[in-house]
Design a protein around this ligand. Structure first.
Ligand SMILES: Nc1ncnc2c1ncn2[C@@H]1O[C@H](COP(=O)(O)OP(=O)(O)OP(=O)(O)O)[C@@H](O)[C@H]1O
Ligand SMILES: [Mg+2]
Length: 277
């Protein structure tokens, strides 16, 4: 069991050099160890900027980020970011790709034990010797997840890593990533445009507004155990989030609804069918 990190941002704002874009206003935020938090909002509202600052890849123009009480000034293998592209090396096998983080961090002595362990976690135990080019997009994203988990991160930062996947694969990965992070106690911060994805994965969602990026609303999603879009509590959280999104983005409800994949509005969804089988 990993102990997820406690994250605090104090007066964090960010202005990009050159063009002078004020990407973030003033963000004061606390994320508990092991919590799953979604950042949701329209394109350009500063979600990726905030995620980069939480990782230490960017430093805020003002304010600071504390991780377990210590100010961060650089990236760390204990805070891993995942992006839309799985970024695997096509000439390497699954297990070689999963071992890359360990190799770069001088931990290859752990590879023999860690690689099979994390491949089991992402349900690719039988794929260790396979070439990654022979895997589906969803399986490749699972390899990238295994590579991140091999480093025993305290924080996992996801920047829309599932947005290129089909609805069925996406639902399965949403469920599995949440489950794995909860089992291992990892703090999860997830950027998404998809309201349904936020309800599937997060304990709490922050709705952001743009110009400059700021937190406009906070919605708690207290659904225990695995989540299904057909659950009444799921529908309630989704409606609350759509209303907050509508208010933050200044858009009509119909437009906000378009951020919910259509398949999730009708039951049974792929996830419901998966659970039924
Ligand atoms: N490197 C950069 N230089 C200058 N401005 C930038 C840079 N990166 C982002 N911005 C600007 O900062 C603002 C926030 O960008 P950011 O990428 O954080 O938004 P986002 O919410 O992640 O958007 P999307 O949903 O489209 O990914 C935008 O106005 C963007 O144009
Ligand atoms: Mg972004």
């Amino acid at each position: 069991m990993t102990n997820g990190a406690h994250i605090q941002t104090i007066g964090v704002s960010h202005t990009y050099k050159g063009g002078g874009t004020r990407a973030l206003g003033q963000i004061d935020l606390e994320i508990c160890p092991g919590e799953a938090l979604a950042l949701i909002g329209r394109s350009g509202c500063g979600k990726s900027t905030l995620l980069h600052i939480l990782s230490g890849l960017s430093l805020p123009t003002e304010g600071k980020v504390l991780v377990d009480g210590t100010r961060i000034t650089e990236p760390s293998p204990s805070r891993i970011m995942m992006f839309q592209a799985p970024s695997l090396y096509p000439w390497m096998s699954v297990e070689q790709n999963v071992g890359l983080g360990l190799r770069f961090n001088g931990k290859m002595n752990e590879a023999g034990r860690r690689i099979p362990e994390v491949l089991e976690l992402v349900e690719l135990g039988d794929y260790a010797k396979r070439n990654v080019q022979d895997l589906s997009g969803g399986q490749q994203q699972r390899v990238a997840l295994a590579r991140s988990l091999a480093l025993k991160p305290e924080v996992l930062l996801l920047d829309e890593p599932l947005s290129a996947l089909d609805a069925f694969t996406r639902h399965a990965l949403q469920r599995d990533i949440r489950r794995i992070c909860k089992d291992l106690g990892i703090t999860l911060v997830l950027v998404t445009h998809d309201i349904n994805e936020a309800v599937m994965m997060a304990d709490r969602a922050l709705v952001m507004k743009a110009d400059p990026g700021d937190i406009e609303a906070e919605i708690r999603i207290p659904i225990s155990g695995d989540r299904l879009p057909s659950m009444a509590a799921f529908g309630d959280a989704r409606r609350e989030l759509v209303a907050a999104y509508e208010a933050a983005a200044g858009m009509a409800m119909a437009e906000a609804q378009s951020f919910i994949p259509q398949d999730s509005l009708n039951t049974p969804t792929p996830i419901d069918r998966l659970a039924a089988n």
